[in-house]
Design a protein. Structure first.
Length: 550
C-alpha cells in the first residue's frame, strides 16, 4: 500500500508539473502560437483518426458479413505497420517528451516505466492506432453484438502490445545507434531490407506465369506465418470466436499475451539500464601510447571563408553521427520503391500517378526530398544545444555561421536529388533533358525560400535536439508546421508553373518562369541573411534559454 501510494504521488507530481509547464508557456506569444499549431495538427490527426476508424469499422463489418472473419487480421496488420512505421517517417509531428529527464529526480522505477508508456500513448501514431483499433471493435460489435466484450478484450491486448512494442523498438534502436559499429551494421541491414523489398515485385511478375501452384503455396505459407504473429493472432482470436471455437480463440489470445510479456521484458531490460544510469559514448578509452599532437587543420573549401568551412564541417559531422537523421534521408528512396512496386504490379492502367506519368517521377521526387528536410532546415541551432553560448563567443558573425549551416543543407539536398535521379533512371528510365533542367530550376527557386524561412524559424522557435535519438530529434511544433506550410506553398507554386509549361507542351517556358522566381527567392534569402546578426542578438536570451537548459 505504501509503495502504491508513493507511486500515485509521483505520477500526480509529474502530471502536475507537465500541466504547470503548459499553463506557464501560454504566458508568452511563442507558447500561444505553439498551442495553436498543436491544435491544428491535433485536428488534422483527429479527422484522419475518426475517418479511418469509420472506414476500418465498415471493412470489418463487411468481412464478417461475407463469412470471412479471418480477413480481419489484415486490418490488425494495417494498424500494426502504421503504428510502428509512422514515427520514423513523420518525426517532425510527433512531439513525445523525453522521459529520461526525470531520472535526475528520486523517481521509482515503476513510475518511470509507467511514465514512458504514458508518454507513448499521446504520440500521434498511438492515438491513430487506438482510434482505428476501436473501429475494429465497433465493426465487430455491429455485426455480432454478443462478441463485443471478447473483441474489446482482444483489441485492448493488441493496443497494449503495440504500445509496449513501439517503445521497446525505439529503446533498443537508440541503444544500437549509440555506437558507431552497431550503427553501421544497422544501416547495412536497413539497406538490405529495402533491396529485398525491391525484389518482391519482379519475382512475382517473373514466376507468376510459370508457377501458379508455387505462388499459391507461398501465399499459404505466408498466411500461416502471419497467423502466429501478434496482428494475425488478434484477428484469429476474433475469427475463431465467431465460429465458435472457444479453445482456439483462447489459445490465440494466450499467444498474443505471451508476445506482450516478451516485448515488455525486453523493454524492461532497456529502461532498467537507463534507470541505473547507463550512458553510452563514442569517446575512445584512455591509451598509454603517445598521442599524435600534430595540428589537424579543418576542411578547406574552395571559394569559402574559413569560418563558413568550419561550420560546414561541424554540421557534416553532426549529420554523419546521427543514425535517425540518416535513416530519414533514405525515406525518399523507400517511397519511390513503393510507387514503383504499385506501377509494376498493376501496369500502366494503374491509378498510381507515376505509373501513368513516369516522366514526372524526377520532379515529384525532387519536391518530396525538399519536404523531407523539414527537421534539418527549420531548427538550425537545435543540435548545438548548450554549445550555442560558444557561438556567441567565437570570432565569427552569425551570418557566417548560418551560411555554413545552409551550405551543408544545400549539399544534402543536392546529394539527395542526385541519388533520386539515379533511382528514377533505374526504375522509370532517364528523364528528358527538358524535364531535368526544369526540375533543377524549380529547386533553385524553392531552396532559397525554404532556407530563409528555416533561418527565421530557427531564431524565433528553437528547440534543443538530440540527433542520436529517434524520440528527441523533433523541432518545435510551430516551427515544423510553419516550415511545412512554407514548403508546400513554395513547391505548390513550382508545380503549378511546371504543369502550365507541360500543358502547353513548352517546358522551356516553365524553366524561364522558374528562373525568374529563383531570382526573387535568392534576393529574399540574401535580405534575410543580411539581417541575421541583428535578429540573433535581439533573440539572444531566448536562444540561450531554450538551447542551454539542463
Amino acid at each position: 500500500m505504501t509503495a502504491s501510494t508513493q507511486q500515485l504521488d509521483e505520477l500526480a507530481a509529474i502530471a502536475g508539473l507537465r500541466w504547470r509547464m503548459f499553463v506557464n508557456s501560454l504566458r508568452t506569444t511563442r507558447g500561444q502560437l505553439e498551442l495553436l499549431s498543436r491544435t491544428l495538427i491535433a485536428f488534422a490527426f483527429a479527422v484522419g483518426g475518426i475517418g479511418g476508424a469509420i472506414g476500418v469499422a465498415v471493412a470489418a463489418s463487411m468481412m464478417i458479413n461475407a463469412g470471412r472473419p479471418e480477413f480481419v487480421a489484415a486490418l490488425f496488420w494495417f494498424v500494426f505497420v502504421f503504428w510502428q512505421a509512422f514515427p520514423i517517417v513523420a518525426t517532425a509531428f510527433s512531439d513525445t517528451p523525453d522521459s529520461t529527464d526525470l531520472l535526475r529526480f528520486p523517481l521509482s522505477y515503476r513510475s518511470y516505466f509507467l511514465v514512458r508508456l504514458t508518454y507513448g500513448v499521446f504520440d500521434p501514431a498511438s492515438a491513430l492506432g487506438i482510434l482505428w483499433s476501436l473501429g475494429i471493435v465497433l465493426g465487430t460489435a455491429y455485426t455480432k453484438p454478443v462478441l463485443l466484450p471478447w473483441a474489446a478484450l482482444v483489441v485492448l491486448a493488441f493496443l497494449v502490445f503495440n504500445l509496449v512494442f513501439s517503445q521497446m523498438i525505439f529503446a533498443w534502436i537508440e541503444r544500437w545507434l549509440a555506437r558507431r559499429r552497431t550503427r553501421e551494421i544497422m544501416g547495412v541491414l536497413f539497406l538490405l531490407l529495402m533491396l529485398s523489398l525491391q525484389l518482391i515485385g519482379p519475382m512475382i511478375q517473373h514466376f507468376r506465369p510459370r508457377s501458379r501452384p508455387g505462388i499459391s503455396r507461398f501465399a499459404e505459407v505466408l498466411f500461416i506465418v502471419q497467423g502466429i504473429l501478434p496482428p494475425g493472432l488478434a484477428g484469429d482470436a476474433i475469427a475463431q470466436a465467431m465460429y465458435p471455437r472457444i479453445m482456439s480463440a483462447l489459445s490465440s489470445f494466450g499467444l498474443l499475451l505471451a508476445f506482450l510479456l516478451l516485448a515488455g521484458f525486453f523493454l524492461h531490460v532497456r529502461l532498467l539500464a537507463q534507470y541505473r544510469g547507463e550512458s553510452f559514448s563514442e569517446v575512445a578509452a584512455a591509451s598509454r601510447l603517445p598521442k599524435d599532437r600534430s595540428l589537424r587543420l579543418g576542411w578547406n573549401l574552395p571559394g569559402v571563408s574559413a569560418p563558413v568551412a568550419a561550420v560546414f564541417e561541424k554540421e557534416v559531422h553532426y549529420l554523419l553521427r546521427s543514425g535517425p537523421m540518416l535513416l530519414n534521408l533514405i525515406m525518399p528512396l523507400f517511397v519511390l520503391f513503393i510507387f514503383r512496386f504499385g506501377a509494376m504490379n498493376h501496369g500502366r492502367s494503374s491509378g498510381v500517378f507515376l505509373a501513368r506519368a513516369p516522366d514526372m517521377a524526377f520532379p515529384a521526387m525532387a519536391g518530396y526530398v525538399l519536404l523531407m528536410l523539414t527537421n534539418l532546415i527549420c531548427n538550425n541551432f537545435g543540435g548545438d544545444g548548450a554549445g550555442m553560448q560558444f557561438l556567441f563567443a567565437c570570432p565569427a558573425n552569425f551570418r557566417q555561421i548560418i551560411l555554413g549551416k545552409n551550405l551543408m543543407q544545400i549539399a544534402v539536398l543536392a546529394a539527395e536529388v542526385v541519388i533520386a535521379w539515379i533511382a528514377v533512371c533505374y526504375f522509370y528510365g532517364p528523364p528528358t533533358f527538358e524535364i531535368t533542367v526544369a526540375t533543377l530550376a524549380g529547386l533553385v527557386y524553392a531552396a532559397p525560400v525554404t532556407l530563409a524561412a528555416g533561418n527565421l524559424l530557427s531564431i524565433y522557435w528553437p528547440k534543443r535536439l538530440d540527433y542520436s535519438s529517434f524520440r528527441r530529434q523533433r523541432p518545435s511544433q510551430t516551427s515544423a508546421l510553419t516550415s511545412l506550410l512554407v514548403q508546400l506553398l513554395t513547391v505548390g507554386i513550382g508545380v503549378a508553373v511546371f504543369f502550365l509549361g507541360r500543358h502547353y507542351g513548352n517546358l522551356r517556358l516553365a524553366t524561364l518562369l522558374l528562373l525568374a522566381l529563383a531570382a526573387l527567392s535568392i534576393s529574399f534569402y540574401r535580405l534575410i541573411l543580411g539581417r541575421i546578426d541583428h535578429l540573433v542578438r535581439h533573440q539572444q536570451e531566448h536562444l540561450l534559454a531554450e538551447l542551454a537548459r539542463a
